[in-house]
Design a protein around this ligand. Structure first.
Ligand SMILES: Nc1ncnc2c1ncn2[C@@H]1O[C@H](COP(=O)(O)OP(=O)(O)OP(=O)(O)O)[C@@H](O)[C@H]1O
Length: 255
């Protein structure tokens, strides 16, 4: 009798369950980053085992929290894998020193912290290390921003990896954002964990994600359709002439 191969189920746990703010370790709540409402209100922030998004207005604290998680887990502040040790300008906050990670029994074997502004520096460091062969055999500098980013995802991201991404959409056209979502889904279903700060209504639509919205009121879970990003983009695409009427009102008055 022919036996079917046992299917290997992906692990149900992620690597990082949560982060907890230890208030006793906060020296001064009146200075950055504790002046940011989302940081000030942090207590325990639980992550989805697969995909968590941080969404919110510019300056709401997404990058600050993502960077603190990266430093807490031992990533280079400016991006890259845990083996990357380059720095161009040190500007990280002290938040990671006041955080405690709540880890699962699983340990990530791969990982990347990518910030929008440092894909270029990550590419430079890869060249410096002479490891382009790992990234498709061609310098990441010889690719566009979006191509370099997708090459990293396609060549380097693994199911046993933890990935912290800051505005990955900055590099990607809408079509490539969809392609990225395809990779994200395959990797997440196979066991990878992602924590992503984003403004993209396309990425945020990923149906299996946990969404946190950062605002003046702190940080709270939110449904996709309730995010400002979804509502504003939808309204704009459906009724852009209304927006233009309101936005360009001044022109009319002056003319
Ligand atoms: N090194 C720093 N020192 C002081 N304030 C800072 C520093 N870095 C950021 N801030 C301030 O902290 C707040 C949160 O910044 P952060 O970069 O975390 O926001 P964000 O939600 O990621 O914004 P964006 O969507 O524009 O990337 C902002 O008001 C910013 O000006």
């Amino acid at each position: 009798m022919k036996r079917s191969k046992p299917t290997k189920l992906p692990p149900s746990e992620g690597f990082l369950r949560a982060i907890t703010l230890i208030r006793d370790r906060v020296e001064d709540t009146n200075v950055y980053p504790f002046t940011i409402p989302a940081v000030r209100s942090l207590d325990t922030l639980a992550f989805d085992p697969r995909v968590t998004f941080l969404v919110g207005e510019n300056g709401s604290g997404k990058s600050t929290i993502l960077e603190a998680v990266a430093l807490l887990l031992g990533f280079n502040a400016e991006g890259g894998s845990k083996n990357f040790r380059f720095a161009t300008q040190s500007s990280e906050s002290e938040l990671h020193r006041a955080l405690r990670p709540v880890r699962s029994a699983r340990r990530e074997r791969h990982g990347f912290f990518l910030r929008a502004e440092s894909t270029f520096n990550v590419a430079t460091h890869i060249e410096h290390l002479g490891i382009e062969a790992w990234y498709g055999g061609r310098s990441l500098h010889e690719r566009s921003h979006g191509e370099a980013f997708l090459t990293l995802v396609e060549e380097k991201f693994r199911p046993d990896g933890l990935y912290l991404l800051d505005e990955p959409e900055a590099a990607l056209s809408p079509g490539r954002q969809l392609r990225f979502l395809g990779h994200l889904h395959v990797l997440a279903q196979a066991g990878a964990q992602f924590i992503i700060a984003t403004h993209s209504p396309i990425l945020l639509a990923y149906p299996k994600a946990l969404l946190y919205e950062l605002s003046e009121n702190g940080i709270a879970t939110v449904a996709y359709e309730e995010t400002e990003h979804y509502r504003l983009t939808k309204e704009f695409l459906l009724h852009r002439e209304r927006f233009f009427r309101a936005l360009f009102e001044e022109d009319k008055e002056e003319g």
